[in-house]
Design a protein around this ligand. Sequence first.
Ligand SMILES: [Zn+2]
Length: 67
Amino acid sequence: MSGPRKPLAQRRAEAETSASRAAGYCALVHPEGGASCTRWPHSDRRHIDHFNGRKQLGDASGTEWFE
Ligand SMILES: [Zn+2]
């Protein structure tokens, strides 16, 4: 992946319309792609995708990032 990163505001807007958002998740997409936040909507900067980025089956959580 070498394309320009989408601005945060654009990714937030896309999250608003995503299926994950409809399911009640924060759904913000990871800056590098490949993950989206599966926490309930929150106001802090810590985002976690519980379903992607696990190093092995059974890890408590997946990809985590801050923005
Ligand atoms: Zn989030």
